[in-house]
Ligand binder design. Structure first.
Ligand code: DQA
Length: 139
């Protein structure tokens, strides 16, 4: 299966950014482990801090890939444009968050994209990505 993981704004700093909230591991290291664990799966990765670039990427793969795992960072809470992009494509999208957004500031309690997604995985640290991936792989 072909799966794309998309990380949005500030997630390029994983491992350095607020480690008490997001952990000490870089995403590149975690991705390496995921690829080793699931060799049957082609796991592509894209990160951008720019809202429109995230939308362009969803359009680019959203009619051919088997699944998209999207951590939209803070755009989760603001972006109707991302909601529309997810709706516009045929590839199912799973929304993921590393932290439990519902245990944090109230402005993180609302997601503009959840209703457009197939499912949501929240609050399991980096393992949120693996859980989403396994749901696409079907194990
Ligand atoms: C996040 C939660 C968001 O509220 C925040 O803006 C992020 C990361 C998470 O993975 O926990 O950048 O999406």
């Amino acid at each position: 299966k072909k799966i794309l993981i998309i990380n949005g704004p500030n997630l390029n700093l994983l491992g350095k950014r607020e480690p008490t909230v997001y952990g000490n591991d870089s995403f590149e290291d975690y991705l390496k482990q995921l690829r080793e664990k699931y060799p049957q799966c082609e796991i592509a990765y894209y990160q951008s801090n720019v809202e429109g670039e995230l939308i362009n990427k969803i359009h680019e793969v959203g009619f051919s890939y088997d699944g998209i795992i999207l951590n939209a960072g803070a755009y989760t809470h603001t972006s109707i444009a991302l909601h529309d992009a997810i709706k516009a494509v045929t590839t199912p999208v799973i929304e993921v968050h590393i932290s439990n957004v519902h245990a944090r500031e109230s402005f993180r309690h609302v997601s503009m994209i959840s209703a457009a997604c197939k499912g949501i995985v929240i609050g399991f640290g980096l393992e949120s990505y693996r859980l989403a991936l396994e749901s696409f792989i079907g194990k």
